[in-house]
Design a protein around this ligand. Structure first.
Ligand SMILES: Nc1ncnc2c1ncn2[C@@H]1O[C@H](COP(=O)(O)OP(=O)(O)O)[C@@H](O)[C@H]1O
Ligand SMILES: [Mg+2]
Length: 340
């Protein structure tokens, strides 16, 4: 349904207030997600997740590669056709409060886009009200309770549900959830993740869960795929279960070891650490593997050569590393990193 091929995005002269370096937010990223499937996109802050999410929703431009929606390249489309195609892909971002107009009640938040949808699909005005009620029930809210409330009268979880209902007004084929639960109270997060998983099943939606939280990605995409992104580059990709149980890229292992035992969303066991992200010095990237500056296994070859994403094992795992580590989830502790 959504496919990106060798997608590249460079922000020119964006390396901070004084530095005028370019920031390579995405480097030749290729991904695909079908209708009804789930893809988790994980990586730490600044690795390009939001940029990728915004590009596949048509909210951000790209300078290399291509985006295909339902097998159609968006590059060849005119403005009108582009808008139509990108209606199929709706973004849910992290802050449901800023996504809703504080001066308008929930009924209006839904009815405005529903009116447009009714016009486009030649439905009459009674459909609009009925559909608003239907959508609120679908996202687990009581319509009578919610319709005439204002955003500030709802919890963060309820607000995010309203945002999801509003995204559904245009009858999309995919939802891109970008850190969609990170600003919600911890006790309400699981409910919203569960909702995304349910909508995927009931509406046959493609779900892309963009997150730094491995447990959340695992929850929503447990039967789907996981892509691990580091500095704008996919370093490992494959079936979620397989990656979680046997990650081979040292960065994936480090990410997972920060969440030692995953059971649902519960985390138990001692906290483990990954090496601190080094201060991002844009433009001063190593010639070889981008992770080599933080990797405990890196040698001169790693520092001098760039590893391409290639097949690993006999499944559909891809990874980009000269020193894949075949082992169960390990902890790359700060102390170990210092000693190496
Ligand atoms: N509009 C922009 N202008 C300049 N730089 C940007 C812009 N958007 C993102 N970036 C840079 O691109 C990189 C990736 O950002 P982003 O996609 O937001 O990462 P993530 O969502 O993984 O935290 C960062 O270095 C960020 O500073
Ligand atoms: Mg982001």
């Amino acid at each position: 349904m959504i496919e990106v091929v060798d997608l590249t995005r460079t922000f020119r002269g964006a390396g901070g207030l004084f530095a005028q370096n370019d920031v390579q937010a995405l480097r030749k990223v290729s991904l695909k997600v079908e209708r009804g499937a789930a893809l988790g996109l994980i990586g730490e802050s600044g690795c390009g997740k939001t940029t990728l999410g915004r590009i596949v929703c048509g909210l951000e431009t790209f300078d290399g590669g291509d985006v295909l929606i339902d097998n159609q390249s968006v590059k060849t489309l005119g403005d009108r056709a582009r808008r139509k195609v990108f209606r199929k892909v709706q973004l849910i971002h992290q802050d449901p409060y800023s996504a809703l107009n504080p001066t308008r009640d929930i009924a209006h938040a839904l009815i405005d886009p529903l009116r447009i949808q009714a016009r486009l699909t030649r439905r009459d005005s009674t459909w609009v009200k009925q559909r608003a009620v239907e959508l609120l029930s679908l996202v687990g809210l009581d319509p009578q309770e919610t319709l005439y409330k204002f955003p500030h009268q709802l919890s963060g979880g309820q607000r995010q549900r309203v945002v999801i209902a509003r995204a559904l007004t245009v009858e999309p084929e995919a939802l891109i959830a970008d850190e969609a639960v990170s600003m919600i109270d911890v006790s309400l997060r699981l409910g919203v993740l569960h909702l995304l998983a349910t909508l995927r099943r009931e509406l046959n939606l493609a779900i892309v869960l963009i997150t730094h939280d491995v447990a959340a990605a695992r929850y929503v995409a447990h039967d789907g795929e996981l892509a691990v992104i580091y500095k704008g580059e996919i370093v490992e990709k494959g079936k979620t279960d397989s990656i979680i149980s046997a990650p081979v890229h040292p960065y994936t292992q480090a990410l997972l070891s920060a969440v030692p035992v995953l059971r649902g969303l519960e985390v138990d066991g001692p906290d483990r650490y990954i090496p601190e992200p080094e201060v991002q010095v844009q433009g001063a990237e190593p010639a070889g593997c981008l992770f080599s500056t933080r990797c405990v296994f890196a040698d001169d070859h790693c520092r001098g050569h760039h590893p391409d994403l290639s097949r690993w094992g006999d499944g559909d795992r891809l990874m980009a590393c000269f020193k894949p580590q075949e082992r169960q989830v390990v902890a790359v502790a700060v102390d170990d990193a210092m000693e190496a």
